[in-house]
Ligand binder design. Structure first.
Ligand SMILES: Cc1ncc(COP(=O)(O)O)c(C=O)c1O
Length: 281
């Protein structure tokens, strides 16, 4: 959903784009000085993101041409004077072992499309690799992912590009917050902290749990079930419900992790709380 302002800026800087609508192809082609080569973003056609959350599914959604429309889209681009030199897909976030068969089908479709569009030189497979988010998670292993690339995409002779985000940086970040409230209410204990979903939206937006540990005594055994709530005026601003935690007191620091991906980059000034300070160690 690129505006003409966006496109003009990319053209000015000589950026190569992967585009995913006929509208963008048409408006890009009409711009003076734009790169004459483009990529096409293809809808993976499968729903393989972490958990069952629609927020994490990329297939059959707003991103990209259907694989079956790829040849037609390339012909349309050619009619506008553009050469399609790349195919792009981002299958989903937080890929698990169980996603391997669906991912194999995505890569096979992409390979077939690359063979059908002789100008394609690069196949970009996006991101999706992750570390364990919950103890029971079984992330797709790097070796298994590489095996799928080797089997399906290497034989095309194209360069394989990727855009890993989470896999590279998620575990490098920790959100440290201060416990400001410990309150028994309606049979439960609420632990309030001085950060909210404006600082890290994993729990509120995606329903993805973060690990929460006491900073001073991270290995203390859990003793109580608590709800950990943020400081934003929204009912869904809760980091965890019914979580087994060691004793926590007002003034203690807690660490929430992994917080190195989609944390600060998605932070907002909701409720005028301001943006979190970031410290690089
Ligand atoms: C097009 C595209 N590429 C790469 C990424 C990075 O994905 P990840 O953080 O799963 O590695 C995303 C994330 O949304 C994306 O939309």
């Amino acid at each position: 959903m690129l505006s003409n302002r966006d496109l003009e800026r990319f053209a000015r800087h000589g950026v190569h784009l992967n585009l995913d609508t006929c509208s963008a192809l048409r408006r890009w082609a009409a711009l003076r000085g734009r790169c004459p080569r483009v990529g096409l973003r293809i809808d993976p056609g499968v729903r393989v993101g972490w958990g069952d959350h629609p927020e994490l599914a990329y297939g059959d959604g707003k991103f990209g041409f259907d694989a079956g429309e790829g040849i037609e889209a390339a012909a349309y681009a050619a009619s506008l004077g553009l050469t399609v030199d790349e195919l792009h897909v981002h299958a989903g976030w937080g890929l698990q072992e169980s996603a391997a068969p669906a991912l194999a089908a995505v890569f096979a479709r992409l390979a077939a499309l690359a063979r059908a569009i002789p100008t394609v030189r690069t196949i970009n497979v996006g991101g999706g690799l992750c570390a364990r988010q919950r103890a029971e998670d079984r992330p797709l292993a790097l070796a298994a992912w590489a095996g799928l690339l080797r089997e399906h995409l290497v034989p095309t002779g194209c360069t394989i590009a990727c855009e890993p985000g989470t896999f590279v940086v998620a575990t490098a970040g920790v959100l440290v917050a201060e416990v400001n409230t410990v309150e028994a209410r309606r049979g439960g204990t609420w632990v309030g902290v001085d950060a909210g979903h404006n600082v890290n939206c994993y729990a509120a937006h995606y329903g993805i749990p973060l690990t929460i540990a006491g900073v001073a005594r991270p290995l203390s055994p859990p003793t109580a079930v608590v709800h950990v709530a943020g400081n934003i005026n929204e009912a869904n601003d809760v980091f965890a419900r019914s979580l087994l935690m060691p004793p926590l007191a007002e003034g203690d620091l807690v660490a929430l992790y992994p917080a190195g991906a989609y944390g600060a980059s998605m932070a907002s000034e909701h409720c005028l709380r301001g943006l979190p300070a970031e410290v690089l160690v």
